[in-house]
Design a protein around this ligand. Sequence first.
Ligand code: SAM
Length: 215
Amino acid sequence: MGDFQKERLAMVEEQLRRRDIYDPRVLGAMAKVSRQSFVPADYQAAAYEDRPLPIGEGQTISQPYMVAVMTQSLELKGKERVLEIGTGSGYQTAILADLSQVVFTVERIPTLIQKAQMTLEALGYRNIFFLTGDGTKGWQEKAPFEGIIVTAGAPEIPKTLLSQLAEGGRLVIPVGPRYTQTLYKVTRQGSRFQEDDITGCVFVPLLGDYGWKEE
Ligand code: SAM
């Protein structure tokens, strides 16, 4: 496997910086993390293309730009505890782990989280904790979190996740109908939750007790 350095830097310039990604820490992490390590062998040549890719089990690794927008919206400075719902390939997890103190990641499909954990450990990450289960319930024992990111589309914002947000903390989540959503950033201000919409998006469904019911 080549190191894809040229493709990675071109992705950062053309797909991120030329759009609206300006946080130098986010740009730096995305210029560093080897996205090709997180995609199946058949798709490695396409790892830096401007689109999501299949990772098995009917799931996807998100488009690089979407990973960047969501991460930038969390406003990470380096000291945060972050909860991620939807580990998938583990690529977004790696970006979060580079930019915060500790990441707690939850995935409902065992084969995906096992593979993601192997990849992340092989890359040397030691600040990530993994849980297999329904992430719509959050991870109560580890709360509160300064950042929560949900990488699957929800019918509405799960109250469980709002209750696990620290004061001043940010929740980034796609919300809307099953096949097209709006990305929201929710900021906790005491008992108030400020909602801002960021962009339109399309995610696989968030399935669980406080998400979509399985068909
Ligand atoms: N961020 C991931 C990456 O970089 O590869 C992509 C995540 S993929 C778009 C969404 C993931 O959310 C899928 O792996 C799916 O199985 C997972 N998911 C859906 N509902 C979930 C739930 N209730 N709890 C945990 N994970 C869930």
